[in-house]
Design a protein around this ligand. Structure first.
Ligand SMILES: Nc1nc2c(ncn2[C@@H]2O[C@H](COP(=O)(O)OP(=O)(O)OP(=O)(O)O)[C@@H](O)[C@H]2O)c(=O)[nH]1
Ligand SMILES: [Mg+2]
Length: 172
């Protein structure tokens, strides 16, 4: 019995819930689909061109090493942004997707609300500078400068800003 239980324990993964937030059209669902395709061996994937704007919630699971990441991809349209905080209590981390070609002030305003939320106090944030393939995209230093007012609200939590192109999978 002990051998059986310890065997099961060895295969058990640590599960983490990660919210994916950001304005509509930032590329959140595309990022999630690319992640599932890249990390889940048997996942067939769907055509990225078939992805349409998310109204509710897409849940996707990705296994990375001993961790199981449960991504909750929330719609970013203005009308549904008010639903984001309903999920704050259930998360271990946040991915905030900046479609780097989006209107930066609007994205910054939404980001500021996220980092100001008490429910997310201290929660690590990865700011995805997506759409780095766009000709007019903001570079990582440009993004850091544009979002610099948020530094004190980010506080001492972990916060990184990797650049990526979810559409091709580069950086995912
Ligand atoms: N050029 C380019 N287009 C991208 C990239 N990532 C996503 N897109 C495109 O951006 C559009 C929106 O992508 P979605 O993944 O639906 O965006 P979303 O953030 O989930 O949007 P909502 O569900 O409305 O909140 C689609 O046409 C994608 O093909 C990228 O890295 N580069
Ligand atoms: Mg979506």
């Amino acid at each position: 019995m002990y051998t059986l239980l310890s065997g099961l324990y060895m295969f058990q993964k640590d599960e983490y819930c990660i919210l994916i937030l950001g304005l509509d059209n930032a590329g959140k669902t595309t990022f999630l689909e690319q992640s599932k395709t890249r990390f889940n061996k048997n996942y067939q994937g769907m055509s990225l061109s078939k992805i349409t704007t998310s109204v509710g919630l897409n849940i996707g699971t990705v296994d990375v090493g001993k961790a199981r990441l449960m991504f909750w991809d929330l719609g970013g349209q203005e009308e549904v942004q008010s639903l984001w905080d309903k999920h704050y209590a259930e998360r271990h981390g946040v991915l905030y997707d900046i479609g780097s070609t989006d209107e930066e002030s609007e994205s910054k305003e939404a980001f500021e609300k996220v980092v100001s939320s008490e429910a997310l106090d201290g929660v690590p944030i990865l700011v995805l500078a997506n759409k780095q393939d766009g000709e007019t995209c903001l570079s990582i230093p440009d993004i850091k400068t544009a979002f610099s007012d948020c530094t004190c609200k980010i506080g001492r939590r972990d916060c990184l800003t990797p650049g990526l192109t979810a559409l091709t999978g580069k950086g995912v």
